[in-house]
Write a protein that binds this ligand. Structure first.
Ligand SMILES: *Cc1c(COP(=O)(O)O)cnc(C)c1O
Length: 480
């Protein structure tokens, strides 16, 4: 027998021995440790049993491929199994796939981080409706079935000046719905300069195909004239579509037909006109010199038949697609079979109603986080950054923190060319690279998402609240 074979034989013996140490499940169930965990964690007996079965199975496989540690007796194996169980339970309790993060990117409508944060009033209403039965489709006056449309319709109309309104799942659904309901098997005229793609997965041309409407492109990428639209109108035309250029800017040698001209054209040919406004805002950011977004009210006043916009972009509410406009068209949508498919749930309606009420009492700049964060004065941001600096200065010698002037972005494909003046804290560490710092922050118990810029980490203080400072300091202590 050669040496190698001898070693091999010894190894096989160890594996066999270790496999023999694996306890039967009922043995584990009889352990005091099992009872203690079950009691402490309030996990059902059979669930905990299955959890153990999985761990033992995994251990058996690991032993066979020599991935597990070697044990010298049965007690060691049991201890290992229970330790494994404790770790898995802790991970299960402490992490959710969907969890809160601190947004240090300065991007207010960060689509990957959940876009708008809801106002306190919206959250309160949401929780109340979630916990209890509600008047979702119940008319208290009549004691009979009511309409869920009625919950927000009047409020949207008061805020936008529109005759009627409905709410669907999101603005992408709104675009699809309007095309399907008004222009199925008909032609939809769109300028080539407006055939946009939003967020990678939403293209006007593809939504059009999906809705069985025929795209009739007019003009060129940079210039479209009224005559281009005029020439395209035929018996087959079902709709004139205008898409708001929310996520890009066309500059240079360009021409675009104004909404007023298009409304006139649509009226004279009795073809409905629909504008996908994208973000859509109820608050006039122009008055603060932020962007050039028209308010929904301004667009409604132009006489557009239907307008749609998002609930969780500039409006600062829950994910939703708002469709506003003339009664005859909104009624058509209300009665369409797809309405049932695209309708929103009570949580959306509850938080949306509360958000709209905040606008109705003129408190949006104070109480709606999205609006408040966007118009925040630089000095306020500076003060919070300075407060942070005071708390860390001199305490963490491996780190340097510097206050710098910088720019934040609106995000969510909204006002792409707009830069909002802000203050950031530039963070460096004597040992860790910027990417390593960012990775550590991101893996913190409450993850902190930052900007990595030219080998430095920037924490934009626009969206950092006072209570977040403790979390950031904790993360710094953990990394130190
Ligand atoms: C964002 C956007 C959409 C999609 O809206 P969601 O609410 O995200 O579905 C559609 N059209 C335009 C022009 C947009 O900017």
């Amino acid at each position: 027998m050669r040496i190698n074979d001898l070693n091999k034989g010894k190894m096989v013996n160890i594996i066999m021995e270790n496999l023999r140490y694996l306890p039967a499940i009922d043995q584990l169930q009889r352990e005091e440790r099992f009872n203690a965990i079950q009691k402490r964690e309030n996990i059902a007996f059979n669930v905990l049993t299955n959890w153990l079965i999985d761990i033992v199975d995994q251990l058996r496989q690991d032993l066979l491929v020599k991935k597990a540690p070697t044990f010298s007796n049965k007690e060691e194996v049991k201890a290992y199994i229970f330790q494994q169980l404790e770790e898995e339970i802790a991970i299960f309790h402490n992490t959710s796939q969907l969890q809160r993060v601190i947004n240090g990117t300065g991007i207010v409508l960060h689509t990957n981080l959940g876009r708008s944060r809801l106002s306190d009033a919206a959250v309160k209403q949401l929780v109340d409706v979630a916990r209890h039965y509600s008047t979702l489709e119940f008319d208290l006056e009549k004691g009979a079935r009511g309409s869920r449309h009625a919950i927000v319709e009047e409020k949207i109309c008061r805020l936008t000046g529109a005759e009627a309104a409905i709410v669907v799942n999101n603005n992408a659904a709104a675009v699809y719905f309007v095309l399907k309901a008004l222009a199925e098997k008909k032609e939809v005229i769109v300028s080539r300069g407006e055939l946009v793609e939003i967020g990678g997965s939403f293209r006007i041309s593809e939504i059009m195909q999906l809705s069985d409407a025929y795209l009739k492109e007019v003009g060129t990428t940079n210039k479209t004239h009224l005559v281009d639209y005029k020439r395209a109108i035929t018996e087959e035309t079902g709709l004139i579509l205008k898409v708001h250029k929310s996520n890009f800017d066309l500059v240079g040698f360009t021409a675009e037909v104004s909404t007023d001209e298009l409304v006139q054209l649509s009226n004279s040919h009795q073809i409905p006109i629909y504008e996908d406004l994208g973000s859509g805002t109820l608050y006039d950011f122009k008055q603060r010199n932020i962007g050039k977004e028209p308010t929904v009210k301004e667009q409604v006043q132009k006489g557009i038949d239907l307008i749609s916009f998002s609930g969780d972009k500039l409006l600062g509410g829950p994910q939703a697609g708002m469709i506003v406009g003339k009664k005859e068209y909104i009624n058509l949508l209300k009665e369409h079979q797809l309405m049932r498919v695209l309708r929103v749930d009570k949580f959306t309606l509850a938080s949306l109603e509360a958000t709209l009420k905040t606008y109705l009492i003129g408190r949006e700049t104070k109480d709606i986080p999205t609006v408040r964060d966007l118009i925040q004065p630089e000095e306020t941001i500076y003060r919070r950054a300075e407060q942070f600096l005071k708390r860390v200065s001199g305490r963490y010698p491996a780190w340097t923190f510097t206050i710098k002037k910088s720019m934040s972005k609106v995000g969510g494909g909204t006002m792409p060319t707009e830069d909002l003046p802000t203050y950031v804290i530039e963070v460096t560490h004597e040992k860790f690279s910027a990417q390593e710092i960012a990775d550590n922050f991101r893996r913190h118990e409450t993850p902190i998402i930052v900007r990595v810029k030219k080998e430095t980490v920037h924490i934009d203080f626009r969206l950092i609240e006072e209570k977040d400072l403790d979390v950031i300091i904790q993360a710094i202590q953990t990394v130190s």
